[in-house]
Design a protein around this ligand. Structure first.
Ligand code: AMP
Length: 289
């Protein structure tokens, strides 16, 4: 059977000026515009965001930018995968309309001097504690993407759950007229959350990695059934460490603010969040109780 005709590639723009020119016509026609920010190395998780964006908007812009300001000095910025051609093929297939792929100088030109410093969900002792400055970089680049694209809606994955809460708060606090939407986590069959960093895992590490999701799932069930969260989580922490992980945290938090439990007047919705390192690779995941 003949292969289905390949879809045409979306237009790629590299400067904010070209981006705004490309968007002007859509804006004139009052087309609803969605933005899906990514760092590339696209997988089915990213593509699910594009699919959701297409359902909710007339035009879909995907940004691909490995943002240097959100990486720590000893993190994987330089070795972060950048398979540009494969990414563009996937975005053609997914039906993205425009790809914004700036280089670092476009986003951070010489003399750049304005970083955002989010607090609230960005200072709760989760990833902020283990990646100092990370959310400053995330909030700054996403604010720049929002003011450059001016999307009506922006889609982010629940996968980076703390990031999602930081961005929702930032958009609200800066009165940015964009609706920030969270999308469900896409997982492998064995439960491992898809991540561009999974390619770093050796076969042994890959085999151990689903323990994060297992523990989240079991713990959520036990807590929902009324077991003491701290007792459940300490069991979970032990299980993750005995699978070979160095644990940064496994915590149960208020799903909206990420505050510790017991600090709320009413019983909040609870989210379990985990971050742990296996070999050189740091993985994060989360789950609703
Ligand atoms: P990244 O390229 O890792 O910065 O991710 C770009 C966007 O894709 C973020 O909003 C992530 O939360 C989202 N994302 C990454 N992995 C997944 C996944 N497995 N399922 C759903 N969304 C994801």
């Amino acid at each position: 059977m003949a292969k289905a005709a390949k879809k045409t590639r979306p237009r790629v723009v590299r400067s904010v000026k070209a981006l705004r020119e490309a968007l002007a016509e859509w804006r004139e026609r009052k087309a609803v515009i969605a933005l899906v920010p990514t760092m590339g190395a696209l997988h089915a998780g990213h593509i699910s965001l594009v699919a959701l964006a297409k359902k909710s908007a007339k035009k879909v812009v995907v940004s691909i930018f490995v943002n240097p300001t959100q990486f720590g000095p000893h993190e994987d910025f330089s070795r972060y995968p950048r398979p540009i051609e494969a990414d563009l093929d996937k975005l053609s297939e997914a039906g993205a309309d425009l790809v914004f792929m700036p280089d670092a100088k476009e986003i951070y030109p010489d003399g750049f001097a304005t970083m955002l410093k989010p607090t609230g969900p960005a200072s709760v002792g989760l990833d902020d504690k283990f990646r100092p400055g990370h959310f400053d970089g995330v909030a700054t680049v996403v604010a720049k993407l929002f003011t450059s694209v001016m999307p009506d809606i922006a889609i982010f994955g629940d996968k980076d759950y703390q990031q999602l809460q930081v961005i929702k708060t930032m958009a609200r606090d800066l009165h940015l007229p964009v609706k920030v939407i969270g999308a469900p986590i896409v997982r492998e069959k064995d439960g491992l959350a898809l991540s561009s960093r999974n390619v770093y895992l050796s076969p042994t590490e890959r085999a151990a990695a689903p323990v994060l999701h297992q523990v989240l799932k079991e713990s959520a069930k036990a807590i929902a059934a009324g077991e003491d969260p701290e007792a459940v989580l300490s069991r979970g922490r032990a299980k993750i460490m005995s699978a070979g992980f160095k644990l940064d945290y496994l915590e149960a938090r208020d799903a909206a603010t990420l505050a510790k439990l017991g600090e709320q007047p009413r019983k909040p919705k609870v989210r379990l969040l985990v971050a742990a390192k296996i070999g050189k690779t740091r993985l994060i995941d989360n789950f609703a109780v």
